[in-house]
Design a protein around this ligand. Structure first.
Ligand SMILES: Cc1cc2nc3c(=O)[nH]c(=O)nc-3n(C[C@H](O)[C@H](O)[C@H](O)COP(=O)(O)OP(=O)(O)OC[C@H]3O[C@@H](n4cnc5c(N)ncnc54)[C@H](O)[C@@H]3O)c2cc1C
Ligand SMILES: *[C@@H]1O[C@H](CO)[C@@H](O)[C@H](O)[C@H]1NC(C)=O
Ligand SMILES: *[C@@H]1O[C@H](CO)[C@@H](O)[C@H](O)[C@H]1NC(C)=O
Ligand SMILES: *[C@@H]1O[C@H](CO)[C@@H](O)[C@H](O)[C@H]1NC(C)=O
Length: 513
């Protein structure tokens, strides 16, 4: 007989936390068994989904794309709530279609698509092999990074494509091809959040799953999906501004007995000094926050997490990706900023006016057809640098980059495209995130993602008397970084929330509909 409701606390009101709350709250029979609440450290829901506004347009500072619509739960919700169309323009990146893109080198030299295509085909083929969409005859070592695989690929390409060019021409052609290849590598860095593709595990890349179909953005904003999940929850169930500082749990003892009453096994401490007891806690904080939390001086978990857990947290990668939006002063009628793909030079031919933090950014383009708002993505070191720069420094760096690239194709680029305002995301330094999304680093594997998802305490399978085993499912883990095949995405976070809700529903023999 259950005499009172079990207390379930979900930490984090992002995609994973709100999906779990939605599932637990809406499952028949569950309301009578569980006393549910969501505690969120920030002052808004959504987490790494952060729809905002800039220069009159709706933009996303965090999650942007539905990565493939076939089978995506995020797509299904967005469709149900009619969020895929809007009267207002939105960040739809329709111009990123390769046909409209123009590829230019940093000295303003416009590269013909017939020159770019072989390198783009080569890159896509290599990525298809690394994602197992294509098989290769060549032997792949056990431990190898995506970065070194790609480097081998372009070296082999150059060995096969010996042309008649000699001396300077040959060197110039090579150096441009190298720059184009590096541009595609920069795009891949954005997808993975790895500062360097040498840090990405080649063999794990195969396990990553993609949904079929187009990749689209959400016209009414990614936040509309989050709001829809939250809308079924009663007021007060989500508590904002409730940052958890410590989680005390009972890995190997019986319930703590205080004044003769059984207290639930988990005790949460909040930043304002308040506490809360729970039977079950679902932790959905980012991998970055967990990495910080397992450091000795942090002590987020007391006692510390089991070593299989801390090792997985340590080995997996968590990178920084930031978006920078620029608003241009009004442009003369009939003129649009191009969908610019940037090929940077290597070493000696570099324009010293272009700052180093621009040099691994692949694109600069309007957020829709004729928008005055431009967008670039930054990763790793460059993304962190951008967080630390003032708006003036960013505007200056971009302005010099724009005039250098567009010097031939758009005379007067400098006076025509003037940057007026800037808005950037700051995922790296925000203490509630400490980065953007996870990747499988070179010393890690898919097993670590599975370890991330294991609840604590671990089931005891020893010969000892089972009466002494601690209460089960004290700490459950959800979030993007706990999904073996869809990590790093909003739908991965969604699936993880459903998984952990189901774990509790099963434990309480609730009907799962
Ligand atoms: C720039 C950027 C672009 C992206 N682009 C895409 C994309 O195009 N497509 C895609 O599918 N995915 C994208 N993602 C990834 C996607 O946003 C995430 O995978 C997903 O939103 C993660 O959801 P989550 O619930 O796991 O974590 P989160 O959204 O991080 O939720 C965790 C919550 O916990 C809270 N929290 C943290 N610490 C505490 C604490 N101590 N106490 C209480 N609360 C705490 C946080 O404030 C947060 O709200 C992008 C992410 C970024 C940053
Ligand atoms: C529990 O015991 C402590 C002293 O041991 C006392 O200060 C406290 O008031 C007691 N609480 C309750 C609810 O009885
Ligand atoms: C730049 O060129 C040098 C020599 O040509 C090469 O070794 C190096 O890898 C190149 N750098 C990048 C970033 O590609
Ligand atoms: C989320 O968006 C708001 C503006 O809408 C911004 O102030 C905040 O810095 C953003 N968060 C991150 C981590 O970029």
């Amino acid at each position: 007989m259950v005499s009172k409701k079990a207390k379930v606390v979900i930490i984090g009101a992002g995609m994973a936390g709100l999906t779990a709350a939605n599932k637990l709250y809406t499952t028949a029979g569950c309301k009578d068994l569980l006393d549910l609440c969501v505690v969120e450290g920030g002052n808004r829901i959504g987490g790494r989904i952060n729809t905002s506004e800039f220069g009159g347009d709706r933009i996303e500072l965090g999650a942007t794309w539905i990565h493939g619509i076939g089978g995506s739960p995020v797509h299904e919700i967005a469709q149900q709530i009619n969020s895929l169309q809007s009267e207002q323009p939105w960040e739809c990146m329709d111009g990123l279609l390769e046909t409209e893109a123009i590829t230019i080198a940093e000295d303003g030299y416009v590269l013909d698509s017939s020159f770019v295509e072989p390198i783009s085909n080569l890159f896509n083929k290599l990525m298809d092999i690394s994602q197992s969409k294509l098989v290769t005859q060549n032997e792949i070592p056990n431990v190898m990074s995506v970065g070194s695989f790609l480097r081998r690929g372009i070296d082999a390409y150059w060995d096969e494509h010996v042309d008649e060019l000699e001396g300077l021409d040959k060197r110039r052609k090579r150096s441009l091809e190298q720059g184009i290849f590096a541009m595609f590598e920069s795009i891949q860095r954005t997808y993975t959040s790895a500062n360097d593709l040498e840090m990405l595990d080649f063999n794990a890349e195969k396990e990553y799953c993609m949904f079929p179909g187009e990749e689209i953005t959400i016209a009414k904003g990614y936040l509309s999906v989050i709001e829809s999940l939250a809308s079924v929850l009663p007021p007060g169930l989500i508590q904002l501004g409730r940052k958890v500082t410590k989680i005390e749990w009972q890995p190997d003892e019986l319930l703590e007995i205080e004044n003769g009453t059984n207290k639930p096994p988990v005790k949460l401490h909040f930043v304002d000094g308040s506490i809360m007891y729970a039977d079950h806690v679902i932790v959905t904080v980012s991998l970055g926050v967990l990495k910080q939390g397992i450091r000795e001086d942090s002590g987020m978990f007391n006692p510390p997490l089991a070593s299989f857990k801390t090792e997985a947290i340590t080995r997996l990668g968590f990178g920084v990706v930031n978006k920078v939006f620029l608003k241009l002063t009004s442009i003369p009628d009939g003129i649009n900023f191009p969908y610019l793909q940037m090929v940077f030079h290597n070493e000696s031919e570099q324009n010293p006016k272009i700052p180093w933090w621009m040099r691994r950014t692949a694109n600069l383009c309007p957020i829709y057809g004729n928008s005055n708002v431009l967008l670039s993505w930054f990763v790793g070191k460059e993304a962190l640098e951008v967080e630390s720069l003032s708006d003036e420094e960013i505007i200056d760096g971009f302005s010099k980059t724009i005039s250098s690239f567009l010097i031939n194709s758009h005379s007067d680029a400098e006076s025509m495209f003037k940057v007026e305002k800037v808005l950037k995301s700051q995922w790296g330094n925000d203490p509630l995130f400490l980065g953007s999304y996870s990747y499988v680093a070179i010393e890690s594997s898919g097993d670590d993602l599975d370890a991330m998802a294991e609840p604590l305490p671990k089931k005891i399978t020893s010969l000892h008397d089972s009466n002494v085993s601690p209460p089960p499912l004290q700490i459950l883990f959800a979030g993007e970084a706990t999904h073996r095949t869809h990590y790093s995405t909003t739908h991965g976070a969604y699936f993880s929330g459903i998984r952990e809700a189901n774990r509790l529903l099963q434990h309480y023999h609730c009907i799962d509909i």
